[in-house]
Design a protein. Structure first.
Length: 146
């Protein structure tokens, strides 16, 4: 498993259901939450701009909340994954994929049929992630086991 789960240190509501988020590692990014909110009936109240503007950070930076960590909350891991996907940062997206699947570097290497060293290189942006690896990640998500 990942050494450390992402923690949110700052969050500010922006127009159109976006949030400016800063993570503990210093990464600052704007995240569009509109598609995610639309996917979950329990989050529909967040479509109301006044409520959405009251975003707060959950205890220990574990997520965003609009109702004191009740059902109108989104985990920091989910916010990180959405931010990584939207940013186009391949290394952060790969890291988010590993986190989403609960993979350590060794488990990701086993799942993708490659060396642990390659996984670490992709995760830290030491090497670019080839298209075939991105496709293999999608295959793992779809449950293909070769």
């Amino acid at each position: 498993m990942r050494e450390k789960l992402p923690k949110i240190t700052r969050a500010t509501a922006l127009p159109n259901m976006c949030v400016a988020v800063c993570f503990e590692d210093g990464w600052s990014v704007d995240v569009d939450l509109a598609p995610f909110v639309s996917d979950f009936k329990s989050l529909k109240p967040l479509k109301e701009a006044t409520l959405f503007s009251r975003v707060a950070i959950e205890e220990f930076g574990s997520g965003l909340t609009w109702d004191d960590e009740g059902p109108l909350s989104i985990a920091a891991t989910t916010v990180y994954r959405l931010a990584a996907e939207q940013s186009g940062d391949a290394a952060r997206s790969f890291d988010a994929w590993m986190m989403q699947n609960g993979f350590s570097a060794s488990r990701a290497a086993d799942a993708l049929g490659m060396s642990r060293r390659n996984i670490i290189n992709y995760r830290t942006a030491t090497r670019p992630i080839p298209k075939v690896v991105r496709l293999a990640c999608k295959a793992v998500d779809l449950g293909y086991h070769g």
